[in-house]
Design a protein around this ligand. Sequence first.
Ligand code: PBG
Length: 329
Amino acid sequence: MSAQFPVARPRRLRRTPALRRLAAEHRLAPADLVLPMFVKEGVTEPQPVPSMPGVVQYTRDSLRKAAHEAAEAGVGGLILFGVPAVKDATGSAADDPAGIVQLALRDLASDLGDAVVVMTDLCLDEYTDHGHCGLLTPGGEIDNDATLERYASIAVAQADAGAAVVAPSGMMDGQVGAIRSALDAAGYRDVAILAYSAKYASAYYGPFRDAAECAPQFGDRSSHQQDPANAEEALREVLLDLDEGADMVMVKPAGPYLDIVRRVRDAVRVPVAAYQVSGEYAMIEAAAEKGWLDRERTIDESLIAIRRAGADIILTYWATEVARRLRDR
Ligand code: PBG
């Protein structure tokens, strides 16, 4: 073998942990992680979610404690989902000032102040008895424009209760514009919108439907969420949401849609979030429980992949655990 061969030796920078740390192109930071949290009305104990081991539906009190722990670990944000005791056709608990999310928001605003950004998922599916993301016509189809009025009202109720960021997830046309105008008209010019812009009709939301108790009673969400076959359409949705006033945009799910995360990151000049959804969580937890995957390594790799694809902000059910791990490293 000649003395010059091989000429290039990329392994030089992989030789020791210190070199690898120095040469790492991407890093996770606790501040970029957002923890999704479920808060359930009318229960006295946290309720485990069977398909998401380690995730619970919090009571108001246990939510406060877990939110505090997340903030202490340095997590950047929390996003709240409400599970109301009573559901009806219009999802009236969603904008009731005494609704579970509004009560929880007030608790967190007084407990946490500015330590962490408190956000809310803004949708109707957790609140309607039929489990759909909008109001229905008599024929059982989603009425887009009537739904926008509900979303506008929910946005104002969430802002009244102290949400710093609202995150519309219903994929109705015009939802960001409707919410922006309503917030502005109510004096909430500084409440920001994180738009679930490119949200796919995904099987990976399966476990979430247990957690939020919101499986559609008939049909599915393919008339409003995107077809997994499409990529250009995601960019169109993102650009429309920015025109309507979105401050940040989201791609969801994250892991199976890393190409979309990258394309959105390259196309826009606002923060890009990616949501590592319930099914991504459940798959890794289940395989780890069987001893088929190394749990921590797989979690870390799944997250750095989302970061590498271009996400600035990552929503993950592991946010507190990973933030602690990063801090202790
Ligand atoms: C709708 C909403 C969903 C998720 C977040 N917001 C469910 C859906 O659109 O069917 C899914 C999150 C997850 O799977 O972790 N409110």
